[in-house]
Design a protein around this ligand. Structure first.
Ligand code: TXA
Ligand code: MG
Length: 319
């Protein structure tokens, strides 16, 4: 199949309406979309990106009024957050109504609903008139694309169209928060931080520790093909050279928000370079930095620590 990059929402709307998949721009990362109400179309999402069937897919809608159409028992806190942050990079996991096929939610009773902010995606949703199920448009476990060109590199020949909405302005995936239990639970950190959320609705918990976390968060993710190592210190030039390593300098992007914008593109660029391994340092673990560090952690295959001033590499193993 020939993959075409286009700015024409009509042709993409027609593709989706005919039960095919197509890539769509969002403010976070590019998505691989299909009609969320068409079971066969959603199956194609799993097949195209080799995604395991146990990992549920987010459903994108255009207005808050649609929460009730696809979700039930929606607490007031969802509306309070949506009032403040939607359209935007936040996904609400709520009990699902039967109109959402089980394949979308991987058999779960809950559905993730998100109102994206990108104007082209909004236009597309209006033209389609149905909700769009879309995971990030990368092959399973790989780095999420944040431009149409990166999306083409991931899925060239596997899809008909990529709707080109330019560079994603957030750069990392939405914050996912579940309202299925009494206390809201953050399943995935993103640009809307825990602090932002607690300022609006009070105490929330995170999905670490005892709680069952989001199905998609249990695996190695966002991984480049080359090993990525998280280092405590900045390595010297000669140490890097000895390991044929390159240092991913995120600080040069300035603010944590701008680091998020460039993080995935930078990983991709270094993955395509001649170096054998990529070394990075975590950012400050506050605000959006928590999401950035979470991505680095999941993308990494190990750690570089220092003993007696000498770098020591430890490999990590994911389940
Ligand atoms: O920013 C984003 O959220 C992007 C754009 C395209 O909207 N989408 C995205 O989708 O990142 P994906 O599939 O790559 O990640 C969705 C995450 C997964 O970890 C999945 O397990 C979780 O959200 N999720 C989706 N529906 C869920 C549900 N019903 N219950 C629990 N977790 C859910
Ligand atoms: Mg993803």
């Amino acid at each position: 199949m020939r993959t075409v990059i286009t700015k024409d929402t009509r042709v993409v709307a027609e593709t989706l309406a005919s039960g095919e998949v197509a890539c769509v721009p969002t403010e976070t990362v590019y998505g691989l979309g299909a009609n969320a109400l068409n079971e066969k179309a959603v199956v194609k999402i799993y097949e195209t990106k080799d995604r395991p069937r146990f990992n549920p897919i987010i459903v994108h809608i255009s207005r808050k009024e649609e929460f009730e159409k696809y979700g039930k028992n929606i607490p007031d806190k969802v509306y309070r957050l949506a009032e403040k942050f939607s359209p935007g990079p936040i996904t609400f996991v709520v009990s699902k109504k039967d109109v959402i096929p089980d394949i979308v939610t991987a058999g779960n009773d809950s559905v993730g609903l998100r109102i994206p902010k990108h104007p082209l995606f909004m236009e597309l949703l209006t033209q389609c008139g149905f909700p769009i199920a879309a995971p990030s448009a990368n092959m399973f476990g790989r780095i999420s694309p944040t431009t149409a060109e990166e999306t083409l590199k991931e899925l060239d020949g596997k899809i008909g169209y990529i709707l080109d909405g330019g560079k994603c302005e957030v750069g990392i995936e939405s914050t996912v928060i579940s309202f299925v239990d009494e206390t809201p639970c953050i399943l995935r950190h993103g640009a809307i931080t825990m602090e932002d959320i607690e300022d609006e609705i009070g105490k929330v918990v995170t999905g670490n520790g005892e709680k069952i976390i989001s199905p998609g968060m249990t695996l190695s993710h966002y991984a480049p093909h080359k090993p990525l190592f998280v280092s405590e210190n900045i390595l010297e030039e000669d140490e890097l050279k000895e390991m044929n390593a390159v240092f991913m300098d995120l600080d040069r992007f300035g603010s944590p928000e701008n680091i998020a914008v460039h993080l995935f593109s930078e990983l991709r660029k270094l993955d395509e370079s001649d170096f054998g391994i990529i070394v990075c340092k975590k950012v400050e673990d506050i605000g959006i930095g928590i999401a950035i560090n979470d991505k680095l952690e999941r993308a990494s295959s190990g750690r570089i620590s220092f003993e007696f001033g000498m770098p020591v590499i430890t490999q990590l193993k994911y389940v």
